[in-house]
Design a protein around this ligand. Structure first.
Ligand code: UFG
Length: 321
């Protein structure tokens, strides 16, 4: 199949493109290049477009038709929780308008296969040890709200005009499948910690008084290569007959605390580093771990890599930057 990957020049999008190409698909990247890096794409074609632009629906429709695209994997979005709290209008405009424009373009171009990049941020602060996809979504920040609205739009389109779609709720994505595709944004715990260590600065732990065994927050860290493979599995699902719209958690099913992540990083970097215990970060849920039964049962997908693999690949990639 020929698949358009929006956000294809990004950290996750470029891993998805590699996974698609090694599964025998042809990929085209679409990116506004606000944070994308063209070097991540190698020979893969790049189309530059901001999907939230007021003219984007008609421009995209033309691209889909002219390039004979068979399906879309939609990752392009703003993804900083903190920025979404500070700039809600911008986040709604960027993350919601882009889904509306995409759906309009796909409908008008006669395309019916879509994999949507959603987020565990849609759940908010669930009070269960592992959250499944039927758990009520109560996002606690505008970023999570925009992702939930994206899911609603896609669900409505799947009923209205037979869009075949899957939403993947990503948990905490980290690691690198290839050093040149590394996450260079320094916006999440593992890259922040590696960056601080390389600069001999202390790594901050946001809160050690959470209701968790060691007092620090628990998350489900998923290797970006495993996540990329989940997109290929979702596409295979959509290529079979009569597949209803489905939402899948993409995680490992194992939660790790911030202190456990720092212990794993210490083993990988092979030296001690300073840790500063600070106050809780506002808006953080105490624990967020995926129930991965549904994706295992229906897509036959499960994570291959663990926390050590994630930290090691992130560290190796950071050394080559
Ligand atoms: N943390 C620290 N110190 C830091 C940075 C983070 O202690 O310097 C802690 C946070 O408080 C949190 C954990 O590390 O407990 C992970 O924080 P991240 O900022 O790496 O990730 P989040 O869990 O806040 O959010 C990430 C993505 C979201 C996504 C969510 C899904 O950034 O887009 O995972 O679980 F929605």
């Amino acid at each position: 199949m020929k698949i358009l990957v929006t956000g294809g020049a990004g950290y996750i999008g470029s891993h998805v493109i590699r996974a698609l190409e090694s599964a025998g698909h042809k990929a085209i990247a679409l990116d506004d290049m606000s944070s994308g890096v063209s070097l991540r794409l190698g020979e893969t074609e790049l189309v530059q477009l901001d999907l939230a632009d007021s003219q984007a629906a008609s421009k995209l429709e033309k691209i889909l038709v002219e390039k004979a695209v068979d399906g879309v994997i939609h990752l392009a979005a703003r993804k900083s929780v903190a920025e979404s709290v500070a700039r809600p209008e911008y986040y709604y405009r960027q993350n919601v308008d882009s889904v509306i424009n995409l759906l309009e373009a796909m409908k008008n171009a006669g395309l019916s296969k879509l994999v949507f990049s959603s987020s565990a941020a849609t759940y908010g602060s669930p009070d269960v040890s592992r959250v499944d996809e039927d758990y009520i979504c109560q996002p606690i920040n505008p970023y999570g709200e925009t992702k939930l609205i994206g899911e609603w739009l896609i669900s409505a389109a799947s009923k209205a005009w037979k869009l075949d779609a899957v939403a993947l709720r990503y948990f905490n994505v980290a690691g690198a499948g290839f050093p040149e595709l590394a996450d260079t944004s320094v916006a999440n715990l593992i890259p922040i910690a590696l960056n601080a260590i390389s600069e001999n600065k202390p790594v901050q732990v946001f809160g050690t008084d959470w209701p968790t065994p060691d007092g620090s927050c628990i998350r489900d860290y998923i290797h970006v290569s495993d996540l990329a493979d989940a997109h290929v599995a979702a596409l295979n699902y959509l290529n079979q007959d009569d597949r209803p719209y489905q939402i899948f958690n993409v995680g490992t099913g194992t939660g790790s605390s911030v202190l456990e992540v720092l212990a794993a990083i210490k083993i990988v970097v092979g030296k001690d580093f300073a840790v500063e215990l600070t106050d809780r970060r506002p808006g953080d849920p105490a624990a967020l771990t995926a129930d991965v039964s549904r994706i295992g049962k229906i897509l036959g997908w499960q994570a291959k890599y663990d926390l050590h693999d994630i930290c090691e690949s992130a560290y190796r990639a950071s050394l080559s930057q």
